[in-house]
Design a protein around this ligand. Structure first.
Ligand code: ADP
Ligand code: ZN
Ligand code: ZN
Length: 736
């Protein structure tokens, strides 16, 4: 059908619904020319939704009488420029995600509704023609209005801060506006202000840093992996690269993990680039602040954008450099909806825009390391700690057959004591929060389990409740066994809360500071809590992996890893990689200043070969060994992997759905060496929030092969109804 001759062109719209297709609409009556990238309000299934126009077309597969008209074009000019639209369509195709969800996810929440983008523009006031015609003392009877008149006659235009410093209220402005003497003008969007920072002179680069810096060429696409031990001065290299991009008149994008964007990091960037527009996008902001930062980047008034994974979708008209810090971090992978990997999208972005991208980490992901070792990426290394800091000395503390004191070996406690006595700081890493992983009855063996998940409930003693860390189910802490009514119920194992209590009792002479999700839920909490540590006083920090990143605490000289064993025996093939990264990162918190650092790793298996390798030769050698193991077993990154996930309330529905998926897939592509199927198998957490979870695993020699199979598969699965089953595709899945 061709409607071009009779009507305006059709709008092809990405509508935020879970369907893998676009929808065509007629333009609204009396609409002017519409450009791709603008938001439109459209009717969809008896309601109205906000979509984004991705294309203008002359013909549609939708029959003419079924085409509906959009009800409103919201933006005058595109909110998403052409290159953002293209990147998002690539994301939608690569991750097999509904395009409408991918596009909606790229907009800050405050812009997903119909709110006008210039709501965040800076406001200023100037005189109207009539106002300019007044004599200087024309308002002498109203002294405040008179003052504003003179100010505007002198300055031409004045913004909010100018009014404030002249002591003029908005009521006065309104009075003159009502008389038609003053009008408002909208300026550009400026990023929200950052915390104040003391400018600090940059250090002299060492040879390795200089080599890394010189290896990055601007103005064309390249990927470099900066493998640099903790504290080796990677951030300093980022700052120098950003400086160069700014000098070239370009914008720089710095992606950081979710908990990596600490006020400390932001201050360091703000201190280096005084007077430069810097936008930070992270979860600690209000929706309005996020929109403001996003728009400031999109308009070019922000020259540096620092943000967590979704910041990769922010339009940056003059992008010249992309940096991904802690590129191995799991928080770069979105775990629901559009399951994209922020690092991989960043590489795609850099490629499309023909700019360099630098991936930095002390513990690179095996994916990135593989690409660097095979020559696809440039490998840059920083092997020495920067400045005066020396690498910490790491030792194992065997715990099997040792009389432990609430999870600590006597040897460990002695070291803590000695360190505190010397006036230094200690960090104790525990990989779970709460008081204890569960409650159990000594008489009948009952354990506190979540009624909705296949997991135990965690005891939180401070709040006197049991909580599920998977679905947030909460129940009061019982004082007798619900099964046999015995009062002999005990807390099994130790979390941060229990260790905090025990360490407080034992080392009460210094502050014991607990850092985990429960103690840092408010925005400023982390900084508040860390104050004594930053002041350099002796103290004991107890926390989860929140403590592993971003904090530079030069007086921490002892790091204790309470239990190194969990991940080494994980059923997930990435378990060993994750454990190695975590141990190395936590250990890297020790001895970052002038004082030497020591790390104690408690383990029941001191003879474990992987642990031995990690300790004797470091993460670099450990990771290279894991890579060769993955090659032998045909696992990523040597192969490409996607999961089809399904869950259902009824135990078997999801599994049955995946069985029919496998049949259909095998009909299209019989299993072969280049393409293997596994499953359906239960997810590691088999039941979550009352739903049974399964996955079907597809492993292929290359990604293209997977893509070719998954695209038609999605069409097939969307076209068939499987009542009670939710399913999703997880391309490059990061957990099982
Ligand atoms: P990373 O990002 O690798 O953890 P940082 O860039 O944070 O390392 O550097 C660690 C510490 O060393 C910081 O306090 C930083 O200011 C300092 N530093 C970095 N480079 C140098 C250098 N070339 N000379 C002296 N100090 C440096
Ligand atoms: Zn009991
Ligand atoms: Zn639960």
């Amino acid at each position: 059908m061709n409607v071009a001759s009779t009507r305006d062109r059709l709008l092809r719209v990405a509508v935020p619904v879970p369907l893998r297709r676009l929808f065509d609409y007629l333009p609204p009556e009396n609409a002017g020319p519409v450009q791709p990238g603008v938001r439109v309000r459209v009717p969809f299934a008896r309601r109205e939704v906000i979509g984004v126009v991705v294309d203008l077309v002359d013909s549609s597969e939708t029959p003419a009488h079924q085409l509906k008209a959009a009800s409103e074009v919201i933006d005058q000019s595109p909110l998403l420029p052409a290159d953002s639209l293209e990147l998002l369509q690539w994301v939608s195709a690569y991750y097999q995600a509904p395009p409408g969800e991918a596009l909606a996810g790229a907009l800050p929440v405050a812009l997903r509704g119909g709110k006008a983008a210039d709501s965040w523009a800076s406001r200023a006031w100037r005189l109207t023609t009539e106002g300019k015609g007044l004599p200087r003392d024309g308002l002498a009877r109203a002294p405040r209005q008179q003052a504003l008149l003179q100010l505007l006659l002198d300055a031409g235009q004045i913004g909010k801060s100018g009014l404030d410093s002249a002591g003029i209220t908005t009521a006065t402005v309104k009075a003159l506006k009502d008389k038609g003497l003053v009008e408002e003008v909208r300026g550009g969007v400026e990023p929200p202000p950052l915390p104040a920072a003391q400018p600090a002179p940059p250090p002299e680069l060492n040879d390795e840093q200089r080599t890394a810096l010189e290896a990055v060429a601007f103005g064309r696409f390249s990927v470099a992996l900066l493998e640099g031990t903790t504290g080796s001065g990677k951030t300093e290299v980022y700052l120098r690269l950003i400086e160069q991009a700014l000098a070239r008149g370009e914008q720089a994008l710095l992606l950081v993990p979710e908990i990596g964007l600490t006020p400390q990091t932001l201050r360091r960037i703000a201190a280096r680039f005084e007077g430069v527009g810097i936008a930070a996008l992270h979860s600690g902001l209000s929706d309005g602040e996020r929109a403001q930062g996003w728009l400031a980047a999109a308009s070019g008034s922000a020259r540096i954008l620092v943000g967590t994974r979704s910041a990769v979708f922010t339009p940056l008209p003059e992008l010249g450099l992309v940096i991904v810090d802690e590129e191995h971090d799991q928080s770069f992978k979105q775990q629901d909806g559009v399951r994209y990997h922020g690092r991989d999208v960043a590489i795609k972005l850099a490629h499309r825009r023909q700019v360099p991208v630098l991936l930095g980490s002390a513990t690179p992901a095996l994916e990135s390391l593989h690409n660097a070792l095979s020559g696809r990426y440039q490998l840059l290394q920083l092997t020495q700690r920067a400045g005066a800091a020396r690498p910490p000395q790491i030792s194992l503390v065997p715990t099997r057959g040792i009389a432990m004191v609430e999870g600590f070996a006597p040897d460990t406690l002695r070291h803590i004591d000695e360190t505190l006595t010397r006036g230094e700081q200690v960090l104790v890493f525990i990989n779970r929060r709460g008081f204890a992983p569960t409650l159990a009855c000594e008489d009948c063996g009952w354990m506190a389990d979540c009624p909705h998940c296949s997991s135990h409930l965690t005891l939180h003693r401070g709040r006197r409740h049991l909580r599920c860390h998977h679905c947030d189910f909460v129940q009061p802490q019982p004082h007798q066994c619900p099964q046999c009514f015995s009062a002999a119920i005990t807390a099994l194992g130790a979390g941060t809360e229990r260790s905090e209590l025990m360490l407080q009792q034992r080392f009460g002479q210094v502050p014991v500071i607990r850092i985990d999700r429960d103690t840092t839920s408010s925005k400023q909490a982390m900084e508040e809590l860390l104050r004594p540590a930053n002041a350099g006083k002796p103290c004991l920090l107890v926390g989860t992996q929140m403590l592993a990143k971003g904090h530079h605490l030069p007086r921490v000289t002892l790091v204790v890893i309470q239990d190194a064993d969990g991940g080494l025996f994980s059923a997930d093939f990435r378990g060993a990689e994750r454990t190695g990264q975590l141990l190395e990162q936590v250990a890297g918190r020790a001895g970052r200043g002038e004082l030497a650092g020591k790390v104690l790793v408690q383990t029941r298996y001191p003879e474990h070969p992987l642990l031995q390798l990690l300790l004797s030769r470091g993460y670099g050698a450990y990771a290279r060994h894991l890579l060769s193991e993955r090659q032998l077993t045909g696992l990523p990154p040597h192969t490409a992997m996607a999961l089809i996930r399904a869950d259902s309330e009824e135990p078997q529905r999801g599994e049955q759905f995946l069985q029919s998926c496998r049949q259909q897939l095998e009909y299209w592509q019989p299993p072969a060496t280049e393409l293997q199927y596994l499953g359906p198998v239960p997810a590691l957490l088999e039941r979550k929030s009352g739903r049974f979870r399964f996955y079907l695993q597809l492993t292929a020699a290359d990604r293209v092969r997977l893509q070719k199979l998954l695209a038609p598969f999605c069409q097939w699965a969307e076209g068939n109804r499987f009542p009670g089953v939710r399913w999703s595709i997880d391309m490059d899945a990061q957990d099982l």
